[in-house]
Design a binder for this molecule. Structure first.
Ligand SMILES: CC(=O)N[C@H]1[C@@H](OP(=O)(O)OP(=O)(O)OC[C@H]2O[C@@H](n3ccc(=O)[nH]c3=O)[C@H](O)[C@@H]2O)O[C@H](CO)[C@@H](O)[C@@H]1O
Ligand SMILES: C=C(OP(=O)(O)O)C(=O)O
Length: 430
C-alpha cells in the first residue's frame, strides 16, 4: 500500500479513562453503501453518520475517478453522492490499491457501464486474501472475467457484464464483502438470484436495508440464504450508517486496559456477538441503557480463550485488540485466528513492549500478566494499530506508533476522542 505521508501516534500510558465517547459510523457498512449509491442513475444519495476515516476519503476520491459527484461534509458527517454522470469503468490503482472496499464499486460499474477494470485492490495485508467467491459469482450471473496487461505494463482484471441474469450463487465460506458484492450484482440483474452461505454480519444487513430503501427486492438477510429479485432501477435515498462495532470494541477495551469507566454513545452491545461474553469473562461490566452502552472494569483482568469466527462469532478485527488486553490478564490466554493468516505481526510489536507471547501458526499463547513498557512500534495493519494504541494506554512511559496511516484507515479522530477521556495521546504527520 502506498502510504502518502507518514503518520505517527505518541501515547503516554497510565491514565485511567473516564467519560463519554461518540462511537463512529461503521467503516464496513459505509464502504459498500458508497458502492450501492453508484447504482442509482439519477438523484442524490445522502449517507449520514459517515465516519471521517481515510478509507472514506479514498472511496470519495474513487467515486469521483469513475465520474460521480461526491461531497463529504465532514462536520455534518454526511456524504452526498450524485452518480448520474458515472462515465469511467476503471478503478485506478493509485486509489483502489489503498483500501479493500474499492472492490465494492464493481457491481455499480457492471450495471451502469457494462464493465469494470480493476488495476489493484488494497486493504490491509493480512496474508492470503482471495476474491474468487466474488469472481465466480459474477461469472455465474453471466459476466466474463479476464486478466490482461494494461497500458502501464501492470496486470488488470477486466470484468464484462453482458446481460446479467439471476442464478444460484454461493460463498465457500460466508465472505463479508463477497456477500455484499453478489447481492448488489443481483439487485439489477434479470430474474431471481439465491445466494447460499451468505454472511450474517450486521453491516451486511445494514447494506441490505439501504438497498431495499433504494427499491431492491432482497429477502433472507441474516439467515445465510439471501434471495434477490432483480428490479429495473434503483433510486437515490437517504440512509443513516449503523454504529461501528469494532470502534465500540476498541473503546470497551480502552476502558478495560486502563481500569476505566466509559459511556459509549450509539454503541450496540448485541453487535459485539461473542466478543461481549468474552469481555465479560475477562472482568468487564456492561450496562446497555437504550442507545448508550456503559462499560467499566473494577477488578483484575482474567485470562481468556478466543477463537475468531464469522458473526456472531468473535470478530477477527477485534482479535488484535484483545491480544493487547490479554497481556495484562492474570494468567495465560489462548488465541486462535481462523479468518486471516497474517494477523500475528502484532505479537512482535507487543514483545518490544515487554509482552510474552508464543506464536505457533495461527495460534498464540499470551503469557500474562506482564507489565507493558513504552517502545517504538509499527502498525502493520489497521487492527494492529488500534491494539498498539491500547497497549500504549497501559504501558509505562511513551509509546510511538509508526505507519499509523493504517489506524486512520478505520478509526476517526482517535487522538481527540481518547484525549477527551483523559488519555495522553497525540497524532503527528511527517
Ligand atoms: C471492507 C470490509 O468489509 N472488510 C472486512 C471484511 O473483509 P473481507 O470481506 O475481505 O473478508 P471475507 O469475509 O471476504 O474473508 C474471510 C475469509 O475468506 C477468504 N475469502 C474471501 C473471499 C474470497 O473470494 N475468497 C476467499 O478465500 C479470505 O481470504 C478470508 O480468509 O470482512 C473481514 C472479516 O470479517 C473483516 O476483517 C474486514 O474488516
Ligand atoms: C481488514 C480490515 O479492513 P479491509 O478489509 O478494508 O482491509 C479491517 O477493517 O481490519
Amino acid at each position: 500500500m502506498s502510504m502518502g505521508h507518514e503518520v505517527r501516534y505518541r501515547v503516554r500510558g497510565g491514565r485511567r479513562l473516564h467519560g463519554t465517547v461518540f462511537i463512529q459510523g461503521a467503516k464496513n457498512a459505509v464502504l459498500p453503501m458508497i458502492g450501492a449509491s453508484l447504482m442509482a442513475s439519477k438523484g442524490r444519495t445522502v449517507l449520514r453518520n459517515v465516519p471521517i476515516i481515510e478509507d472514506v476519503r479514498r472511496a470519495v476520491e474513487l467515486a469521483r475517478a469513475v465520474g460521480a459527484k461526491a461531497e463529504l461534509h465532514e462536520a455534518e458527517r454526511t456524504l452526498v453522492i450524485d452518480a448520474s454522470s458515472l462515465d469511467s469503468p476503471v478503478l485506478p490503482a493509485d486509489i483502489a490499491s489503498r483500501f479493500r472496499g474499492s472492490f465494492l464499486f464493481v457491481p455499480a460499474l457492471l450495471h451502469r457501464l457494462g464493465e469494470a477494470v480493476i488495476e489493484g485492490v488494497g486493504g490491509c495485508n493480512l496474508g492470503s486474501r482471495n476474491l474468487d467467491f466474488h469472481y465466480n459469482g459474477f461469472k455465474r450471473l453471466g459476466a466474463t472475467v479476464t486478466e490482461q496487461i494494461g497500458a502501464n505494463g501492470a496486470g488488470q482484471i477486466h470484468i464484462k457484464a453482458g446481460d446479467l441474469r439471476g442464478g444460484t450463487l454461493y460463498c465457500d465460506t460466508p465472505s463479508h464483502t463477497g456477500t455484499e458484492n453478489l447481492i448488489m450484482a443481483a439487485a439489477l440483474a434479470r430474474g431471481t438470484t439465491l445466494i447460499k452461505n451468505a454472511a450474517l454480519e450486521p453491516e451486511v444487513l445494514d447494506n441490505i436495508k439501504l438497498l431495499q430503501g433504494m427499491g431492491a427486492r432482497i429477502s433472507g438477510g441474516g439467515t445465510g440464504f439471501v434471495t434477490v429479485e432483480g428490479v429495473d432501477e434503483l433510486s437515490a435515498v437517504e440512509h443513516t450508517v449503523m454504529p461501528d462495532r469494532i470502534d465500540t470494541g476498541v473503546f470497551v477495551m480502552a476502558a478495560a486496559i486502563t481500569g476505566g469507566d466509559l459511556s459509549l454513545v450509539g454503541a450496540n452491545l448485541e453487535h459485539l456477538g461473542v466478543a461481549a461474553d468474552k469481555l465479560e469473562q475477562m472482568g468487564l461490566e456492561f450496562h446497555q441503557q437504550g442507545a448508550v452502552l456503559q462499560v467499566r472494569r473494577e477488578r483484575g483482568l482474567r485470562p481468556i480463550n478466543v477463537i475468531t469466527d464469522e458473526y456472531p462469532g468473535f470478530a477477527t478485527d477485534l482479535q488484535s485488540p484483545i491480544m493487547a488486553l490479554s497481556c495484562l490478564a492474570d494468567g495465560p490466554s489462548y488465541i486462535y485466528e481462523r479468518i486471516f493468516d497474517g494477523r500475528f505481526k502484532l505479537a512482535d510489536e507487543l514483545t518490544k513492549m515487554g509482552a510474552d507471547i508464543e506464536v505457533n501458526g495461527n495460534r498464540a499463547k499470551v503469557n500474562g500478566p506482564g507489565g507493558l513498557r513504552g517502545a517504538e512500534v509499527e502498525a502493520h495493519d489497521l487492527r494492529c494499530g488500534s491494539a498498539l494504541v491500547l497497549a500504549g494506554l497501559a504501558a509505562e512511559g511513551e509509546t510511538t506508533i509508526t505507519s499509523a496511516y493504517y489506524l486512520d484507515r478505520g478509526h476517526a479522530h482517535t487522538a481527540e476522542r481518547l484525549s477527551q477521556l483523559g488519555a495522553e495521546i497525540t497524532r503527528e504527520t511527517l
